[in-house]
Design a protein around this ligand. Structure first.
Ligand code: FAD
Length: 506
């Protein structure tokens, strides 16, 4: 008799979602989290000086996913997570050229702002939204929740949801080609191009799909009261209200496999927990290579694992400031030309170098101002800012522990140049999570933001399957599996995985 019906390895948002569905279906479910904080990349921590910083994710779109998971477990999302609407979406800034503009959630409001730069592009924006909003909604509401284990799954999905067919050309082109076709004004082009990096790729390599993902933000974006950790905490509470158990500081070092069947896990201290089903919420490559091992894996699966690339790391800088920063939105961005983004990738990132202009490092990134949405995240009269950048895991000729303070200084200089001129004199707390820190804290190999790359060769049936194809009773969810990374996306993936576990055990 197994200890549990389901044991989930990892307490990220995807794992908690799958756990909640299994528990709701009457399966005795345990979540094991190795750290002392729930939520993985979607979490919040408090410093001794009283600043609360979001560790990674800083905002969510696609509210549909949050409503969906709570609906499926017979509960109301608003009883567990209190979302606040964020508006405007972005403040685009390049103070070195005296440029600043905001894009509000309203499409018409955004078109009006864009019209100050180019009437043609403003009109193109509304046409772009009219054509692509239904397509991206179709993908998010149907493709996201459909298992995609194989070509036949993909075909069944297309038969069930023929509307997805219209969006398929988006997979056959690049982000850059789409935005260049629609927008001509250089600053507007910049404001449409950076979203490629949300997929961890430059515009000329990123699937065209990501060029239209930004339209989802115009359906509304949200920040939870209490910081991003309120999301996993809300799902955890709903799970525990149904009798589910979460154990913290429990690192799983082995998935027990016998005759091709997973039947439990072994913890770092040698404790064994048996379960009829094992669900993992961690990097899929690590699941197979480290927790299961070569002898249980067919050679062709092993070879496939060796060809999978990790996604780009995303270093985070945490700044506490002693004033109200002169910002105009939850997210502020430097306007960056698509060709610069491509060069950033091929001339610097791939060579393990930090982007450099005229001999000085430029730390490109996005600033999130969470205490503007929830003042309880900072002591009175103070604010918290997080800066999300993109940089290699290995820094040529350096290492992150040594380079960390210099990187923060380089970032503050860059922010002062383009976004907040007097930042440095107001910083009273500074720290950062390097790609190596992320690997140490959350056991994310390579500090990869989405686990595995999100290009075409790592999507849908080419991404690790939610139901393992080589180990029975083993299921996977989280950013490195279908449909991919991002908080709403891993909820959708957790729903797919939870449904598979429940369905297979019915
Ligand atoms: C810097 C950064 C910024 C981001 N910004 C956004 C954003 O603004 N909006 C958005 O929607 N998404 C954002 N994302 C992406 C999003 O946060 C992630 O895709 C999502 O939260 C990942 O969820 P997951 O279910 O894959 O679990 P993860 O968050 O990867 O959590 C996995 C958990 O498993 C635990 N674990 C690992 N190994 C073991 C083990 N052996 N035993 C037990 N436990 C283990 C880890 O400690 C961790 O808690 C961001 C991500 C990062 C890193």
């Amino acid at each position: 008799m197994a200890d549990y019906d389901v044991v989930v390895v990892g307490g990220g948002v995807g794992g908690l979602t799958a756990a909640a569905l299994c528990q709701y279906a009457g399966m005795k479910t345990l979540v094991l989290e190795q750290s002392d904080r729930i939520g993985g990349c979607c979490s919040t921590f408090k410093t001794k000086k009283g600043f609360s910083f979001d560790l990674g994710a800083s905002v969510v779109e696609v509210p549909h996913a949050f409503e969906e998971i709570f609906k499926r477990i017979g509960k109301k999302r608003s009883d567990y997570i209190d979302f606040m609407a964020v508006d405007p979406i972005y403040d685009y800034c390049d103070l070195s050229r005296g440029i600043r503009f905001n894009t509000p959630v309203s499409l018409e409001g955004t078109a009006e702002i864009l019209g100050q730069f180019s009437k043609e592009d403003a009109k193109a924006f509304l046409d772009f939204a009219k054509i692509y909003t239904p397509q991206i909604k179709e993908l998010v509401e149907n493709f996201f929740y459909s298992p995609c284990q194989s070509f036949s799954d993909a075909i069944s999905m297309l038969i069930k949801f023929p509307g997805i067919l219209k969006a398929l050309p988006l997979f056959a082109t690049t982000h850059q080609k789409i935005v260049a076709k629609w927008f001509k004004h250089p600053d507007i082009l910049c404001s449409m191009a950076f979203q490629a990096f949300y997929a961890g790729l430059p515009p000329d390599l990123c699937a065209g799909l990501y060029a239209v993902v930004g339209l989802l933000e115009h359906q509304g974006i949200y920040y939870p009261k209490g910081g991003m950790i309120a999301i996993p905490k809300g799902i955890q509470k709903a799970f525990e209200d149904m009798g589910g158990k979460v154990k913290m500081k429990q690192r799983v070092v082995r998935i027990m496999v016998e005759n091709g069947h997973a039947h439990g896990v072994e913890l770092w201290d040698g404790t064994q927990i048996t379960a009829k089903n094992v669900v993992t919420n961690i990097n899929a490559i690590r699941v197979y290579k480290d927790l299961i091992g070569r002898k249980h894996i067919p050679w062709y699966v092993w070879r496939g694992l060796n060809t999978m690339e990790l996604s780009m790391p995303c270093p985070m800088i945490y700044l506490g400031v002693d004033y109200t920063p002169p910002l105009q939105a939850h997210h502020t961005l430097t306007l960056t030309n698509p060709d610069v983004m491509n060069s950033y990738w091929s001339d610097y990132y791939l060579k393990n170098e930090i982007y450099n202009v005229g001999g000085r490092n430029e730390v490109m990134g996005l600033i999130s101002w969470a205490s503007h949405m929830d003042p309880s995240l900072a002591p009175k009269g103070h604010h918290v800012l997080t800066h999300m950048g993109l940089a290699p895991y290995n820094v040529a000729g350096n290492n992150w522990d040594r380079y960390k303070e210099q990187y923060i200084d380089d970032a503050i200089d860059t922010i002062e140049r383009y976004m907040i001129p007097d930042l440095r004199e107001h910083v009273v707390f500074r720290d950062m999570m390097t790609p190596v820190d992320l690997e140490r804290e959350l056991l994310h190999p390579g500090g990869a933001v989405y686990g595995i790359q999100t290009d075409l060769s790592h999507m849908a049936m080419f991404r690790p399957a939610n139901r393992s194809k080589c180990i029975k009773n083993l299921y996977l969810c989280g950013a490195s599996t279908h449909p991919g990374g991002g908080v709403p996306t891993v909820i959708a993936g957790g729903i797919i995985t939870g449904d598979l576990v429940v369905g297979d055990n019915a």
